[in-house]
Design a protein around this ligand. Structure first.
Ligand SMILES: [Zn+2]
Length: 573
């Protein structure tokens, strides 16, 4: 794909329109603001600039251009985001993309996961007779194992590592995927001797694994999940959603269970509108995914106290996001998996039909171990967080009816808490800026991309001491001088590291720095000289004064003096 096409696609997709298709944006001055989809955002913290075609979250730091946004949101590669946006803008694209050359780091990691899964699945077929017996013992058929690409990680420290190497995955990608770990002594497979459940993103790509221990007497957790990587954040995906999203939309409700086995059982037994949250706390990100397909959530967690509490906590979060929540009460000691095995699908359907609306469930539940007063307090805390005012009013009305409290006393209570909570709101923390000169310099070029080649030629990376600024500078200088950088957001496509993109988006949004470029360059130089001077003085102290060192020191001092003089002269004239 050539850069002209990419430019054309970028120009054909206004970032404000694209982001608005994913989440509501509100105008705020010259920019737009919205709830950031990349962290659990309560106040709109994400800025979108139409003029600069950039987005940036000032809480979690995510930022970039229109491609970055789609990439991050959909968990897809750069090229895929270009294709998607090309389609949106009706721009035809020739598929001449050579994956080895252009593929971004992210898509390489996704490839590594795909390869790893092939490896695990083939292990299961070759060495897995024992595993199949294990799965059959848990009533998982071969067909279902196939359908969900369940696999097996060998009891080996380098089985996967060797396979990935053979397939051309480089060491740095293998390590970035976290499928391969390293310590001072060696590198080794992260998952060993485990049944492997691939975790798919909602668009169907494998982005992580859950590994189930075979022998419970062995050390290590029963389930081990992939750590966070560039393609996966724990709590951002729902297990099974890629298979069930259309049925969820069709049936217009979702059954939320806790674990892999619950999902597998539900799915096999015909409850094809299920997902598993993998971990007890349902996150706002997961709820946002759900709400694309339905507004009706049925919580179906374990029947013990921990399960009840998780149902209620997750349910209340869903209510905050405007979803309707019912709780399916399983008998104590049962989870959806065990219940289905013992009682069958019809009985479970009866429980689903009798599911209790969340507020009533909270009122009636004894397993929660809370007094009536505490329950009301929890429900009122949630009321404060409901974003939509109509949702909020309906919710408050329901709480009042179910608990037999008058609307008036609820409202008094609410307005009191609203006042205290707005006072207690925490202030945004600011990070201390250690290298203002470096930042100013980059801010200048990024906001005047057309001057890049002119400005950069007299500065080199030795002028940068702050790691991230140094990296940004190096990336900028690597951009071919013949590339005509005429749009701010274009620069972002040349960066292959997320943290760089985030920072660059921030610098672009900040606009041009106050000092002019001559002053900035002089300050950069001055600072570099002063650091060198400190270094040489240190060497002289440590190793004694050689004539060479003294000469160097004198030269640097002279240079500094001249620069200082020029500042004084500037001030006088
Ligand atoms: Zn954020």
């Amino acid at each position: 794909m050539n850069s002209e096409v990419i430019d054309q696609v970028r120009e054909g997709n206004n970032i404000v329109d694209v982001v608005s298709a994913y989440l509501p944006l509100k105008r705020s001055g010259t920019n737009y603001k919205g709830l950031c989809p990349f962290h659990e955002d309560r106040n709109p913290s994400m800025m979108v600039s139409e003029a600069k075609q950039i987005f940036k979250c000032f809480v979690c730091g995510k930022g970039g251009n229109v491609f970055t946004f789609v990439q991050e949101y959909e968990k897809i590669s750069f090229i895929e985001s270009v294709k998607k946006l090309a389609e949106r803008a009706g721009i035809p694209i020739k598929d001449d993309y050579n994956s080895n050359k252009v593929a971004s780091k992210r898509s390489k990691i996704i490839d590594a996961y795909k390869l790893a899964n092939e490896h695990f699945v083939s292990n299961l077929k070759t060495y897995g007779s024992e595993i199949y017996t294990y799965l059959e013992g848990r009533q998982i058929s071969k067909e279902l194992a196939d359908k969900l690409s369940i696999g097996y990680a060998l009891d080996s420290f380098n089985g996967l590592m060797n396979y990935l190497k053979k397939k051309g995955v480089t060491d740095d990608i293998a390590l970035a995927s976290q499928l391969i770990k390293s310590n001072e002594r060696s590198t080794f497979d992260f998952f060993r001797d485990r049944v492997m459940f691939p975790i798919h993103s909602h668009s169907g790509k494998i982005v992580a694994f859950g590994g189930r221990k075979l022998d419970d007497s062995q050390p290590g957790g029963k389930y081990v999940n992939s750590p966070t990587t560039e393609i996966y954040t724990k709590g951002n995906e729902l297990y099974g959603l890629f298979l069930t999203k259309y049925d969820i939309a069709k049936k217009n409700y979702v059954l939320v269970s806790e674990g892999y086995m619950d999902f597998l059982r539900l799915f096999t037994e015909g409850f094809t509108n299920s997902v598993a949250s993998l971990g007890t706390a349902l996150t706002h990100e997961q709820l946002r995914l759900i709400s694309r397909y339905t507004k009706n959530v049925y919580m179906m967690y374990d029947g013990d106290t921990a399960g009840l509490k998780s149902s209620v906590n997750g349910g209340l979060k869903a209510v905050e996001s405007g979803l309707t929540v019912l709780v399916v009460s399983l008998p104590k000691g049962e989870d959806p998996d065990s219940f289905l095995l013992t009682y069958g699908a019809e009985k479970l359907q009866l429980l689903i039909d009798k599911a209790t609306p969340l507020i009533r469930f909270i009122k009636e539940s004894e397993g929660l171990e809370k007094s009536e007063k505490e329950k009301i307090k929890i429900l009122m805390d949630t009321a404060l967080k409901i974003k939509d005012s109509i949702d909020k009013e309906l919710y408050v009305k329901e709480v009042g009816e179910i608990f037999g409290i008058t609307q008036q006393s609820i409202n008094t209570r609410l307005s009191k808490s609203e006042r205290t909570s707005s006072v207690a709101k925490s202030k945004t923390s600011f990070t201390l800026e250690r290298s203002i000169e470096e930042r100013d310099f980059l801010q200048y070029i990024l906001n005047r991309p057309e001057e890049k080649n002119n400005i950069c030629n007299s500065i080199n990376s030795d002028y940068f001491f702050e790691e991230i600024y140094k990296k940004i500078f190096i990336s900028l200088t690597k951009i071919d001088v013949t590339v005509n950088l005429d749009s701010y957001s274009q620069v972002i496509d040349f960066l292959d590291d997320d943290s760089l993109k985030n920072k660059v988006a921030e610098l672009i949004l900040m606009g041009e720095p106050k000092p002019d470029i001559l002053n900035i360059k002089r300050d950069l130089l001055l600072r570099k000289l002063k650091k060198e001077l400190t270094y040489i003085s240190g060497q002289i102290r440590a190793n004694g004064a050689t004539s060479e060192l003294l000469e160097k020191k004198r030269n640097i001092k002279n240079e500094i003096q001249q620069l200082d003089m020029s500042i004084v002269n500037n001030l006088l004239t």
